[in-house]
Design a protein around this ligand. Structure first.
Ligand code: IPE
Ligand code: IPE
Ligand code: MG
Length: 255
């Protein structure tokens, strides 16, 4: 068994500060509806404001030096919402890609989509693929958009893909390792999230990154997503910096 002196060598120390910065932050952007309802507004207004909060979070992540941001934008279970809300959210996604893509591209952001693609409306799929294609060569922040995403279905699709490769004689059963499985998930090639932030006081994963979150740090805060600003983000980063990640081993001080 190998023992690593620094189990998380990818998290750089923040200069002049004892805290460490997460390389990969994943957001469960929750509470848009409640934000609006509390103000006597339609839920759609919460989603609109949520998009503003997302723009702020992406900018701030880049400014502080986070390398990868994953956002849970629409779950495979969110299709169960009323048709009017689903259609508003689809419109918002389209507008986000149409309006923000050139700016994100200019900012050197690389966009990657995770989630089921086979049953998406062709217009949406084309836009998502355009966002990936246009930004593929960028080298700045990685923005991973979880759309029509459900972790269990991602894991099942991966198992099916590997089983098919075995059936076709391209892979041996013994070659199905944790690494091989990870590489074949939608997130293949990306490091696991160091920090998962969920807003709005809910404390659950809601089918988000179940495999990838094995050793993620979790941060739950009460603010609804449209109110999640730079200060709230900094608070989460500060909290992460004070966590001790042991990966089943012992803290260096205890050795
Ligand atoms: C998160 O906010 C956005 C999406 C799930 C698309 P919600 O719409 O879940 O807001 P609440 O949880 O109902 O307040
Ligand atoms: C999770 O939020 C999905 C997104 C943020 C896109 P939900 O609001 O759908 O989760 P539940 O239903 O409260 O678990
Ligand atoms: Mg919600």
């Amino acid at each position: 068994m190998s023992v690593s002196a620094n189990p998380n060598p990818q998290a750089p120390a923040i200069e002049g500060s004892p805290t460490r910065l997460p390389q990969h932050v994943a957001f469960i952007m929750d509470g848009n509806g409640r934000w609006a309802t509390e103000r006597g507004l339609p839920r759609t207004e919460g989603h609109r404001q949520g998009l503003e909060a997302l723009r702020t979070a992406i900018r701030h992540a880049g400014d502080v030096g986070v390398k990868i941001v994953t956002i849970y934008s629409f779950s495979s279970e969110n299709w169960n919402r009323p048709a009017s809300e689903v259609s508003f959210l689809m419109g918002l996604l389209k507008r986000f890609v149409q309006r923000d893509l050139s700016e994100l591209h200019k900012a050197n952001v690389r966009i990657r989509i995770i989630g089921g693609r086979s049953d998406l409306e062709p217009g949406i799929l084309a836009l998502l693929e355009e966002a990936e294609d246009v930004t593929r060569g960028n080298t700045g922040l990685d923005l991973v958009v979880a759309f029509n995403y459900g972790s269990r279905s991602e894991i099942v699709r991966t198992a099916q893909h590997l089983a098919q490769q075995v059936a076709d004689g391209k892979l041996r059963v013994e070659e199905i390792s944790e690494d091989a499985f990870s590489r074949n998930l939608d997130t293949g090639g990306l490091p696991d999230p160091d920090l998962i932030i969920r807003t709005s006081g809910e404390m659950r994963l809601s089918n988000f990154l179940l495999w990838q979150a094995a050793y993620s740090e979790f941060y739950f805060c009460d603010v609804n997503w449209p109110d999640f600003d730079e200060a709230a983000f900094d608070e989460a980063l500060q909290c992460f910096g004070n966590r001790e990640r042991r990966y089943g081993g012992l803290d260096a001080k205890a050795l």
